[in-house]
Design a protein around this ligand. Structure first.
Ligand code: KDG
Length: 314
C-alpha cells in the first residue's frame, strides 16, 4: 500500500554541460525534473512507498519520465496525452555558480492535468498528500485538481503537505499570494522560503513569519534559509537545524529534497529534531551534483554528511 501520493507536472530536462550563454551550450544531458516527482523519488529513496500522478505527452519524453520514475521505485501513474507534448525545462549555466532555468511548458500535457486524473480512493488511502503551488499556476484544470485533491484528503484525515515553490514565470506574487491565502487553511504542513512566506503574510522576523503562517492553519510550518539551515514551528514549538556543509554544484531541487526528507521522517514517526535534520541532510545532498534529484540520499547515506576529517568514507 502506498504512503504518499503526489501529483504535478514533470518535464524533460536538458541541462547544458558548458558554462556560458545557452546559445553556445552545444551538449546537453537529458533527464527529467518536476517538483512533485522529485519529492516522490526522495521519499522512495528514504524507504517509503510513493505514488506520482501526472500527464505526459505520448512521446519519447513521456516514456523517459515513466521509465525513470519506475526505476526509482515510484509508482508513476502517468496519463499519456496524445494531444499535447511533454513540457521541457532547459537548464543553462550562465556562470559557474549561476544557473538559469527556462521552461517550455505552455499548453504542455502536464499542464492539462485535471481532477478526473486523480483517483479519489488513491488519495483517501494514503497517509500523506503532497502538492506544490506550481500546479495551480499551470491551468484552471490543474488548479481544480489541487482543490479536489486537498478536499478529498482533508475529509479522509490524510496529512496535506504544500510546498510553495513560487514560479514567477507562471504567476505574479499577488496571484500566488491570493491562492496561497485561500489554501493554507486546509493544509497541515507548509514548506516555504522566507520570501515565499512573505507572499502569504507580512512579517520580517523568521519566527514571527512562521507564527503568522501557523496562525492561518498549518500545524507544521517549515521555513527554509537555503545554505543557512531551516526552522520548524510545530504545535507552537520552534525547532532549528544547522545546515550541513557541502560544496554546492546545482541548488535546483534542494527544496524538494528538504520536503522529501521531512515527509519521509514524518512517515517513519521521527521526532521533530530528527526529521528536520533529515530534511536538511536531504537538501544538502541535492545540491552536491548536477540534476534536480539524482543525488538524493538513501537512509544509509544520511550519516555520510557527518564526515570523517579526511573526507573519505571506506
Ligand atoms: O525544485 C525543482 C523543481 O521545481 C524542478 O525540477 C521543476 O522547476 C520546476 C517546475 O517549475 O516544475
Amino acid at each position: 500500500m502506498h504512503e504518499l501520493v503526489t501529483f504535478g507536472e514533470t518535464m524533460a530536462l536538458f541541462a547544458a554541460r558548458r558554462t556560458g550563454p545557452l546559445r553556445f551550450a552545444r551538449d546537453f544531458d537529458l533527464g527529467l525534473g518536476g517538483a512533485e516527482s522529485n519529492v516522490a523519488i526522495g521519499v522512495a529513496r528514504l524507504g517509503h512507498r510513493a505514488v506520482w500522478v501526472g500527464r505526459v505527452g505520448a512521446d519519447e519524453f513521456g516514456d523517459l519520465i515513466r521509465a525513470t520514475l519506475a526505476g526509482e521505485g515510484v509508482d508513476a501513474r502517468a496519463v499519456a496525452d496524445p494531444t499535447a507534448p511533454t513540457g521541457l525545462m532547459i537548464k543553462g549555466r550562465r556562470t559557474a555558480d549561476l544557473i538559469d532555468v527556462r521552461y517550455y511548458r505552455k499548453d504542455s500535457a502536464g499542464s492539462r492535468l485535471c481532477a478526473a486524473d486523480l483517483d479519489p480512493e488513491l488519495i483517501r488511502s494514503a497517509r500523506v498528500l503532497h502538492v506544490s503551488a506550481i500546479t495551480p499556476a499551470l491551468s484552471e484544470s490543474a488548479r481544480d485538481a489541487v482543490r479536489h485533491a486537498v478536499a478529498e484528503a482533508r475529509a479522509a484525515g490524510v496529512l496535506v503537505s504544500l510546498d510553495v515553490n513560487y514560479r514567477r514565470a507562471l504567476w505574479t506574487p499577488e496571484e500566488a499570494g491570493a491562492w496561497l491565502r485561500e489554501t493554507v487553511g486546509n493544509v497541515d504542513v507548509l514548506f516555504a522560503t522566507e520570501a515565499e512566506g512573505r507572499l502569504i503574510v507580512d512579517a520580517d522576523d523568521p519566527t514571527e513569519l512562521a507564527k503568522a503562517l501557523a496562525a492561518l492553519g498549518p500545524r507544521h510550518v517549515l521555513v527554509k534559509f537555503g545554505a543557512a539551515g531551516a526552522m520548524e514551528l510545530s504545535d507552537g514549538v520552534v525547532h532549528r537545524a544547522e545546515p550541513y556543509r557541502v560544496t554546492e554544484v546545482d541548488s535546483v531541487g534542494a527544496g524538494d529534497a528538504f520536503a522529501a526528507g521531512w515527509l519521509a521522517d514524518w512517515l517513519a514517526g521521527a521526532e521533530p529534531a530528527e526529521r528536520l535534520s533529515t530534511a536538511c541532510a536531504a537538501g544538502a545532498f541535492a545540491v552536491t551534483s548536477q540534476g534536480d534529484w539524482e543525488s538524493l540520499p538513501r537512509r544509509a547515506d544520511l550519516g555520510l554528511l557527518r564526515r570523517p576529517a579526511d573526507g573519505v568514507s571506506r
